[in-house]
Ligand binder design. Structure first.
Ligand code: ADP
Length: 606
């Protein structure tokens, strides 16, 4: 509907809204006029007049109840209503103009004054009510007052001429009033219309942005899956070959390069996914009582391998208060920021050392601030680049760091995490001397004790290993997983589809099932639901999702389908075996111990 038509419709509906009340008033005035002229005008004429007036008023009143709803887009009706408005105006004006035409000058002076008052009053009130449709308002006022003016002037007596002149000046006044009102009304409508158009535009823009965001999320999910699937083979098979005995040093170094490149690509994919989740406001903190010292130490031991390989000293000074008091924190996210800062320090420093400090600053009885500082003897960062550093995709222009891989998202993600925790992050740096990245988090001292990780070694071992069903539609994945499992002392049976998995689960009892999610035909979720329907012996088996679908909603749908745990692909061998142990209640500790150490050294993806 065009703006012009919409404005037109608003004009009509403004009048239509008051019409029932106006008609009620009109009826009362007809009754009052009939009473006022009962002794002056012959009863038959007066009653006929009253009858015709009330009929006109009735027709308009009834029609006004059947008007099209103001929100309806019915253009032809609008046009008909506009014509009707003019017709109705004439219809309602005629009784009063006939009153003037027929009886002005024929009745006594007082009655004539009363008659003039009625006619003028009706002209004034009606035209003001009709002002939103100026054509109807002016037609109405003109139809009522025109004949009165003509009649009074024709009658010619001084009083009548004065009355006529008064009626003319009143008509002029009414015209000015109607036009001013109409202009103000139109201006208001136009402002409202502009507002409505802006709201509609904003809504449309919002919807388009939402569509774009969900298309982007879908794209990220697909890309992440498609990149992870081949990386699973790259990282998994190089780890397997590296674990073989008798590999010559040069081949091992070459393979390590392939594996590390795979891991670095995986980190980039993880960074991009993380960043898009943060950008879409989906960063959720999972607060739990946490002891920070073990978390910091595990971070450092993760980095120690890389630092040593570069000949860097990596040391930590952790405030002793961190040993005793636990805090409410999202350990995974704090760890992510620390790993990122230490990882950068190790990556960009070619000689010297990297020192990590964790300081405990008590703010009040319940609140502490933990300040982490990561100092390196690296190249330093030019002062002018520092403000940009925590922005996304920011990498310095200098030549030195182009030798290193990275998405340029690490610091932006770290900043988002720290800010989400109400903390602060920053850096002090001097070119040629080194950098000190720091972040400070206000944390609540926890009253509860942190959940203590169950010691794998303490659990009873299953001497013969576990009977594990590996379900995956891709042969390289099936072969990789079953080789890892067999080397760890388990028995691995494979299925290439959901349907095959169900029939194997029916005929054999497994300790654990590793289930891929995306498979042609029946997918992992549907297969899990079917297996859960089997008798308890087969139906209660722990099912671990082992999939390149790693987004939070995808993980949630695994649990909703009845799965026990989730491992993302590419998987780290250590993580896979730990998850199997946890799911099967620790029956594989001895199996894990049998695995070659080289296979276990893999860095867990961030
Ligand atoms: P990435 O490391 O993936 O490139 P980051 O956001 O973690 O992305 O870092 C952005 C840039 O900041 C790096 O590319 C590097 O230029 C610079 N930078 C970060 N940490 C250091 C450091 N410790 N020493 C020198 N430069 C650093």
């Amino acid at each position: 509907m065009t703006t012009k038509l919409r404005l037109h419709r608003d004009q009509l509906s403004a009048v239509a809204r008051v019409t029932p009340y106006a008609m009620a008033g009109y009826g009362v005035n007809v009754a009052l006029a009939t009473a006022a002229f009962w002794n002056t005008i012959p009863a038959r004429d007066l009653l006929l007049w009253a009858f015709l007036s009330l009929t006109a008023c009735g027709i308009v009143g009834v029609r006004s109840f059947h008007r099209p709803p103001a929100t309806h887009d019915r253009n032809p009706d609008e046009l008909r209503s506009a014509r009707n408005a003019l017709l109705f105006a004439v219809l309602l004006a005629l009784p009063w103009s006939s009153l003037a035409m027929f009886w002005a000058g024929t009745v006594s002076g007082t009655s004539e004054a009363i008659l003039t008052a009625f006619v003028v009053g009706m002209a004034a009130s009606g035209s003001i009510l009709l002002a939103p449709i100026p054509a109807a308002a002016l037609t109405y006022a003109g139809t009522i007052l025109g004949p009165l003016i003509v009649k009074l002037l024709v009658l010619g007596s001084r009083e009548n001429v004065v009355l006529g002149a008064l009626a003319i000046s009143f008509l002029v006044f009414l015209i000015v009033l109607v036009m001013t009102n109409a202009r103000m009304f139109m201006e208001r409508l136009k402002v409202l219309e502009r507002l409505r158009v802006s709201i509609e535009d904003a809504k449309a823009a919002n919807e388009a942005a939402q569509r774009a965001t969900s298309a982007k999320s879908e794209f990220f999910a697909t890309m992440s899956h498609e990149i992870r699937t081949p990386l699973n083979s790259v990282i998994g098979y190089t780890s397997l070959v590296l674990a073989r005995r008798g590999l010559n040093a040069e081949d091992a170094r070459d393979l390590e390069i392939v594996r590390d490149a795979g891991r670095s690509l995986l980190n980039t994919v993880n960074d991009i996914l993380d960043f898009s989740a943060i950008e879409a406001g989906r960063l959720k903190l999972l607060l739990a009582p946490t002891l920070l010292r073990p978390m910091i130490e595990s971070c450092l031991s993760l980095m120690q391998v890389e630092a040593r390989a570069k000949g860097l000293a990596l040391s930590a000074e952790i405030d002793s208060a961190l040993d005793e008091v636990s805090v409410e924190a999202d350990a995974q996210r704090v760890r992510q920021v620390l790993v990122n800062l230490v990882g950068n320090a190790v990556k960009f420093t070619s000689e010297g050392r990297v020192d990590v400090e964790a300081k405990w600053l008590r703010r009040s009885e319940d609140i502490v601030a933990i300040r982490f500082i990561v100092k390196d003897t690296g190249p330093g960062i030019p002062q002018k680049s520092i403000p940009e550093l925590f922005n996304r995709f920011s990498q310095l222009d200098g030549s030195y760091e182009r030798r290193f891989t990275g998405s340029g998202l690490g610091l932006a993600i770290s900043k988002s995490i720290v800010v989400a925790m109400d903390g602060e992050i920053g850096v002090q740096s001097e070119l040629g001397v080194g950098s000190a990245f720091w972040f400070e988090l206000p944390l609540i001292v926890s009253r509860a004790l942190p959940a203590i990780e169950r010691s794998v070694e303490a659990r009873p071992a299953s001497p013969g290993g576990l009977n594990i069903l590996v379900v995956d539609d891709m042969e390289p994945n099936r072969r990789l997983t079953s080789t890892v499992l067999r080397r760890a002392g388990h028995r691995a049976v494979t299925a290439a589809s959901g349907a095959e998995a169900i029939s194997l689960a029916k005929s054999e009892t497994f300790d654990v099932i590793l289930m891929d999610m995306q498979m042609p035909g029946m997918n992992g979720l549907a297969a899990t639901k079917e297996i859960r329907k089997l008798p308890p012996n087969q139906g209660q088996v722990p099912i671990i999702a082992m999939t390149a679908n790693v987004l939070p909603n995808e993980i949630a749908s695994c649990y909703a389908a009845g799965m026990t745990a989730h491992i993302g692909k590419p998987f780290e061998i250590d993580e896979l075996l730990r998850t199997i142990e946890a799911a099967s209640d620790g029956a594989t500790a001895s199996a894990r111990a049998r695995l070659p150490a080289a296979m276990m050294a893999g860095r867990k993806p961030l």
